[in-house]
Design a protein around this ligand. Structure first.
Ligand code: ADP
Ligand code: MG
Length: 868
């Protein structure tokens, strides 16, 4: 056998291709290839030459004895990675290898330099092949298959490779499966399930990937089970070879390790783990399919490479022997073709070359160890082995990452995410439904609360309004009492001054008397003076008495005012009685009325003690305060029907009218008008008032006064006069009605109520007169322009005003002579309203009767198609 063309250094050239990489640069290129593969820019891989190491077996016992006189046929120069093969005693050939392992090289070192880089490469996602080639007995099985049970230092490449693989992978994401096969006479047998014979080799037409779907695949979890698997395989190999009447050296043992890694780097793993195990619903961005790396490690213990004729002792026929070695021959041819860059590589010639298609000239990282013995007797075989190794070193592979997208896992993950989303969606829909119901319930509750609050508010406003009315009335009463108190005090002061004056006069008189007696004036004069003194003293006693009584009265009034204040403060529940009587008084609570009654009783007592004449004379007092006080007393007396006649008889009416006419004091005019109003309750008095020109005075006061209380009194007095049938014409002629209507300018409800009462009284008399036939023609009220105000206030919200006007309208409408004016004035609609809505049944039916009785109204209603 010829050595290869010597290199310029005189050595046989080894790696020949210029692109061949050193071990260091190969690692760099591997990394580059990884990234370029990931980017998908380079699909062709990077060049990676088949790496070849040579291992020399130490001399065995036989050789030690038989070759004792001969030297070894090889000489190793490990530091130069060279091997010298002796041709004869004076000539030798030198060969360069990637590694040269001497007979003393440890199994560990062999693994590290031959197999470890391939194993690491497989873990990174490349296919890898470690193969042993050599003559039977040179240590192929020793190198690859030793289990090292007796001595762990003897562990071979298979055991160490799996140790490294199992240590590196994560069982959570990765998987390692193993098949163990034997190829004998072009038949693939399963060493783990021996009955599986002739297992088909399947090639993927697209990728060229080779697989053995019929072979047993054992998933590995630990090293122990792998060692057991190898033992089982060995036992089965031994049994199969016994059955076939052959030896293991004639068959090829193939350990196929599949490494499947789901994602290479930590980031990708985190991503995968989050997407698959995360509790939250999380859809990975873009649904990028995770990458999966499926790499294969082939460890091949080839049959002995010795020539068949030399080992024909096994008794096989030549053809049979050729068949036995067919695969190995084909491998040699392929490697030759590859080494010489031949366009045709006869891969399909044998099953072995088909199985190793990726290992030589393919995409795998391949490491070949050739084993040789030292004996010169086998020099020829050794040389042949060396040449095989040299050719293999020229085989260039294109190392390529075995990475693909894991669409199945992506699909599984997306399905899981979809399921989670569907479940979450269902939960959310339910939550929305629940939320809506809750909201509806709360809305209903809220509207109930609002309704309750509204009704409470309405009740409270009503109470508040009532309270406010009471408050106003109370403050008016208090003001009144305070005023009285002040008046009394002033009067007291005056009387005190008068008394002091009298006392002075008395002492002056005494002094004069003494002087005169000294001068012995005549006794007659003394007697006169004495008499006068006595009279003065009597007068003084009387005044003292009066002052005492007034003081008591003042005290009483004070106590009553206090009591009233307390009663009013205590509760606003006491309701005022809306008195319809014509007596002029404020609407007062019943307890107030008691107080007033108490006051009246006091005044009655005063009346008895002092005498009416005396009180009336005080009306003409010089002192305005005395006049004020006196007119108040008279007014109070006039409120009692029993006193009215006495007051008039004593000339009280005349005095009151004079006061009304002449007094410039507002209080006097007010109280006088009140007193006149009270007197005007009586029919005889009404005529007297008229006869004494009272209506004129009242009308003037009505025009001049601004104070609503004065106006109320005046209106009350005129209203009482309005109720007298005989006085109608005179009352109207003397401006009574106009004065009454003029007072509506004060919008005070108390004044308006009195005006309304007057109108109602007047209308009532008119309708009575018309009914009795002594009155014809239209209403004087209407003539004096009362109708617009009547219509405008027919539905006044203050019930005393409304009630009087409703009555007045009914009375006016009863007289057909008024009907036209009422129609024009818009009163018909008010009458209809009264007939339908008035709260007082008698007024309602009066309105109905009136409407039904009037032909003019009926005609108008028919004209307007108002069904009535
Ligand atoms: P092969 O598998 O190549 O036929 P084996 O591995 O069976 O050869 O080796 C043949 C014999 O040589 C065995 O007894 C083995 O223990 C021994 N042997 C092989 N290589 C070595 C070595 N490097 N050191 C010591 N003994 C070895
Ligand atoms: Mg062997």
């Amino acid at each position: 056998m010829k050595p290869l063309a010597p290199s310029p250094t005189g050595l046989t050239s080894a790696p020949t291709r210029p692109k061949s990489a050193s071990p260091g640069s190969s690692a760099v290129q591997r990394r580059n290839s990884t990234s370029s593969q990931k980017n998908g820019k380079d699909d062709s891989g990077v060049p990676g030459r088949v790496r070849v190491a040579v291992r020399l077996r130490p001399r065995n016992t036989e050789e030690l004895a038989a070759d004792a006189d001969f030297g070894d046929c090889v000489e190793l120069l490990p530091e130069l990675k060279r091997l010298k093969l002796r041709k004869n005693n004076w000539d030798c050939e030198t060969y360069q290898f990637d590694e040269v392992l001497t007979e003393t090289a440890s199994q560990k070192r062999v693994y590290e330099v031959v197999a470890k880089p391939v194993v690491e490469s497989v873990l990174e996602g490349y296919n890898g092949t470690v193969m042993a080639y050599g003559q039977t007995g040179t240590g192929k099985t020793f190198t690859l298959g030793r289990l090292g049970e007796e001595d762990c230092a003897n562990r071979g490449i298979m055991v160490r490779a799996l140790e490294d693989i199992l240590a590196d992978i994560s069982f959570e994401h990765d998987a390692v499966t193993v098949s163990y096969l034997q190829l004998y006479m072009e038949s693939v047998q399963d060493l783990l399930t021996p009955e599986r014979d002739n297992i088909a080799i399947v090639e993927d037409p697209k990728t060229g990937d080779v697989s053995l779907p019929g072979a047993t695949l054992v998933e590995l979890r630990d090293q122990k089970s792998f060692v057991e698997l190898l033992q089982t395989g060995e036992a089965n190999r031994f049994a199969a070879n016994t059955k076939l009447n052959t030896e293991s050296s004639r068959s090829h043992a193939i350990l196929l390790v599949n490494v499947k890694r789901s994602a290479k780097n930590k980031q990708e793993r985190d991503f995968a783990s989050h997407s698959e195990n995360g509790n939250g619903v999380h859809v990975s961005k873009g649904h990028r399919a995770p990458t999966i790396r499926k790499s294969k490690l082939l460890i091949v213990d080839l049959a002995g490479s010795e020539r068949v004729d030399k080992s024909g002792s096994e008794g096989h026929q030549l053809e049979e022997a050729k068949a036995i070695n067919l695969s190995l021959t084909a491998l040699g041819k392929c490697i030759n073709a590859l080494a010489e860059n031949s366009p045709h590589i006869p891969i399909r010639d044998s099953k072995l070359t088909r199985l190793l298609r990726d290992s030589f000239g393919g995409t795998a990282r391949t490491s070949l160890i050739i084993t040789i013995g030292p004996s010169p007797r086998h020099r020829g075989e050794t040389a042949s082995t060396i040449l095989f190794g040299q050719r293999a070193m020229r085989v260039e592979n294109m190392v390529k990452l075995k990475e693909e997208f894991d669409y199945k896992s992506l699909c599984r993950r997306l399905e899981a995410e979809l399921d989670k989303l569907i479940a979450e969606n269902e939960r959310q829909a339910q939550a929305i439904l629940d939320g809506e119901e809750d909201m509806q319930r709360k809305l209903e509750e809220a509207s109930i609360c609002v309704a309750e609050a509204e009704s409470k508010f309405a009740a409270a406003s009503e109470t508040f309004a009532e309270k406010e009315t009471y408050q106003k009335k109370i403050s008016a009463i208090l003001q009144h009492h305070e005023q009285e108190l002040n008046d009394s005090q002033t009067r007291l002061e005056n009387e005190r001054a008068q008394r002091e004056k009298l006392e002075k006069e008395l002492s002056e008189a005494n002094r004069c008397l003494q002087e005169q007696s000294k001068e012995k004036h005549d006794t007659g004069e003394i007697w006169t003076l004495h008499k006068r003194l006595e009279e003065e003293l009597l007068e003084r006693e009387k005044l003292d008495e009066e002052i005492k009584s007034l003081k008591q009265q003042l005290l009483q009034a004070h106590i009553e005012a206090e009591e009233t204040r307390r009663t009013v403060g205590k509760g606003s529940s006491a309701r005022s009685s809306a008195g319809s009587d014509s007596t002029i008084s404020l609407h007062r609570p019943s307890n107030m009325r008691d107080t007033i009654n108490g006051q009246r009783a006091t005044i009655a007592k005063l009346f008895e003690q002092v005498g009416l004449q005396k009180i009336l004379s005080l009306l003409e007092s010089e002192d305005v305060d005395v006049r004020v006080h006196a007119v108040k007393v008279v007014a109070n007396l006039a409120a009692e029907e029993a006193n009215q006649e006495k007051i008039v008889e004593a000339g009280g009416l005349a005095s009151l009218l004079t006061l009304l006419q002449s007094s410039e004091d507002e209080t006097i005019r007010r109280v006088a008008a009140g007193a006149i109003a009270n007197l005007a309750m009586n029919e005889t008095n009404q005529e007297l008032i008229m006869a004494q020109g009272g209506i004129g005075l009242l009308a003037r006061t009505a025009d001049d006064a601004e104070d609503p209380q004065t106006l109320r009194m005046v209106a009350g007095a005129i209203a009482n006069l309005c109720g007298n049938d005989k006085l109608q014409i005179k009352l109207r002629e003397e401006g009574g009605i106009r004065a009454l209507l003029g007072m509506v300018r004060s919008r005070h409800p108390d004044v308006l109520a009195q005006v309304a009462r007057g109108i109602a009284n007047f209308a009532k008399c008119e309708s009575r007169g018309a009914a009795q036939g002594y009155r014809t023609g239209g209403s004087l009220l209407i003539d004096d322009g009362a109708l617009p105000w009547i219509v405008a206030n027919a539905n006044n919200e203050a019930s005393p005003i409304r009630r009087h006007i409703e009555l007045a309208l009914c009375h006016l409408a009863q007289h057909e002579a008024n009907a036209k004016d009422l129609l024009v004035g818009g009163a018909l609609w008010e009458l209809i309203r009264i007939s339908r809505e008035c709260s007082r049944e008698d007024i309602r039916s009066l309105a109905q009767r009136t409407l039904n009785a009037s032909p003019i109204f009926q005609a108008e209603l028919r004209r307007l198609h108002v069904s009535y």
